[in-house]
Design a protein around this ligand. Sequence first.
Ligand code: HEM
Length: 250
Amino acid sequence: MPMTVATSQKLEPNQQSRVPRSKPLQPPPPRQAVRLVMLWQNSVGKKALMAVTGIILSLYVIAHLIGNLQIYADGEKIDSYARLLHSSPALLWVARIILLVTVLTHILAGTVLYFEKRAARPVGYQDRANIQASVPSRTMFWSGILILGFVIFHVANLTLGAAVPGYEEVKPSVNVPAAFHLVWASAIYIVSMVGVGAHLWHGLYNLFNSLGLRNPRFTPALRTGAALVGTLIALGNISIPVAVLTGLLG
Ligand code: HEM
């Protein structure tokens, strides 16, 4: 039997039916995994991923510096802080895994973007002097590589105790001065902190652009703020090996 639409109203010859027409077929919303792939497939998505992971890593570096500066108080303060971080191994590992996934996403997106940009312009600029790009912005890829090398060395050094004479578990008040008494180790830290500062300087400045939040009114304040945060983080961390080498600490 043919299907009919029941209606109690009689329609005039030129009157249209009120029965809603069926909507054109729409594809179902993409799942989470598909959304991630879509995000990854265009450079705007990859830049947004870099910005979000960059915010998480910057917050970590700021929090870590605040923790590190406790070394200037009595030794017990930084040791009890380290004990607190280690008091719940499950929580510590969750934090480590989140940090690792964040770092890997940041590195992967950055590397792909770097090579995509290079492939789009295989011949370098003839006259670099005409291009208004700061040193930190032109060296983002290389400062990133430097930071990666540093983090691997640093975890081996101060978390696992490699190359720290008389290393003691969860005792930064002993381990940090012991590590920095070695001039070569201090030199690695100081050079790496310059890389960390430069990377943060440009990264924090660029972050709002990548998220589409750039407002020209705030550009000067943003430029100054990013430079200030990058410089303070570098100097704060550099002060520790310098204090050890000059005998002010440890
Ligand atoms: C002079 C500068 C620094 C000092 C004195 C310092 C000190 C330390 C110490 C003592 C630990 C071991 C914590 C523990 O296991 O109890 C540690 C771990 C770590 N630091 Fe630093 N740090 C410095 C700079 C940095 C910077 C700039 C970064 C990141 C770019 C960083 C990333 C890490 C990471 C990822 C760990 C491993 C955390 C874990 O064990 O899960 N550190 N640091």
